[in-house]
Design a protein around this ligand. Structure first.
Ligand SMILES: O=C(O)CCC(=O)C(=O)O
Ligand SMILES: [Fe+2]
Length: 311
């Protein structure tokens, strides 16, 4: 299908999301919508933040300099310093071991972790990424995190609007000789996300991530310095090669984020970023996304009747 037919098809199936992506790639449009929303929501946001503050003792996170965190997220596009309690890491890992995940995030490609080799044989290719469905609803720990008052406070303060939780996603990245098309489709090449006029994601590692374990890589402050390498990059959203990114940004700004199981950070993924293909151990990652508007495309809900197993 060519690019034009793709756009027509997504206009039919996801009109709001497709129109937003057309407009929100331009910084002035993002600012205009973001500022308008801020003005409209000022009162409601104040009340929302106060309500989160009143519930902070129920957060699973240790106290944190919240304003500093949001300030760093604004300046650098990424902020570090969240840590999940080990009991929650264990709960989410137990969920992952006890349920099927789905190769390439496709509902017909379910398999359990101990049947990965059989699933690969059936698919006839290595599985780079496999995601869980309905994990936000079915894994108590993930549901609790999505409602955590500290995360909600950060979301409101950063977005300058009562935040909308638009979805959680839990997925494995496996150390395989991945097909080039799978590395492209699963965001293992540098890119920027345009998921709303204002949005960001929390990321949590559920496995230890050292170099070689598929770290998330982010280019600091690149949400304010887009990778415009040719004239078309002003509007075109595309993948970038490592060389292009190395030429455009300082080596110190390209950060490979490592950390033990439980490590969490927030990122405005309008920043240039990618997942690395692991060479040693699999990585289990939880991503929670907050935005102004919900286009219904980021959540992990799938009707049970559509889910099917490979192996
Ligand atoms: O797997 C990763 O670390 C990259 C994921 C990604 O691109 C995203 O969540 O927007
Ligand atoms: Fe991304």
């Amino acid at each position: 299908m060519n690019r034009f037919s793709q756009i027509l098809q997504s206009l039919r199936t996801q009109p709001g999301y497709t129109l937003m992506r057309g407009a929100a790639r331009f910084g002035t449009v993002r600012q205009l919508v973001g500022q308008s929303r801020r003005l409209i929501q000022r009162r409601r946001l104040e009340a929302y933040l106060l309500q989160c503050e009143a519930q902070l003792q129920d957060s699973v996170f240790a106290p944190l300099d919240r304003l500093g965190f949001v300030g760093r997220l604004r300046r650098d596009g990424v902020a570090f310093g969240l840590k999940l309690p080990q009991s929650m890491v264990a709960d989410i890992l137990a969920f992952a071991k006890g349920n099927a995940c789905y190769a390439d995030r496709q509902v017909g490609r379910g398999f359990r972790l101990d049947s990965r080799a059989a699933a690969e044989a059936e698919l006839g290719k290595p599985i780079l990424v496999a995601q869980y469905f309905n994990a936000v609803a079915e894994c108590g720990a993930i549901g609790r995190l999505a409602r955590d008052p500290l995360l909600q406070w950060i979301a409101g303060a950063y977005l300058q609007s009562v935040p909308t939780f638009v979805g959680g996603n839990l997925w494995w990245t496996f150390p395989v000789q991945a097909l080039a098309e799978d590395r492209d489709r699963h965001a293992h090449l540098f890119h920027r996300d345009v998921d709303d006029f204002r949005f960001f994601k929390f990321f949590f590692y559920l496995t230890d991530v050292e170099p070689g374990d598929g770290a998330h890589v982010c280019v600091l402050a690149s949400h304010r310095k887009p990778p415009v390498l040719g004239i078309a990059d002003r509007w075109n959203l595309r993948r970038y090669s490592d060389d292009e990114i190395a030429e455009r940004y300082g080596v110190d700004d390209i950060v490979e984020i490592c950390g033990g199981a439980g490590t969490g950070f927030a990122e405005n993924t309008l920043c240039v970023h990618k997942g690395m293909t692991p060479t040693r151990a699999p990585r289990l990652l939880l991503q929670l996304q907050y935005a102004l508007f919900d286009y219904g495309v980021m959540h992990d809900r799938r009707s049970l009747s559509t889910l099917a197993m490979l192996a």
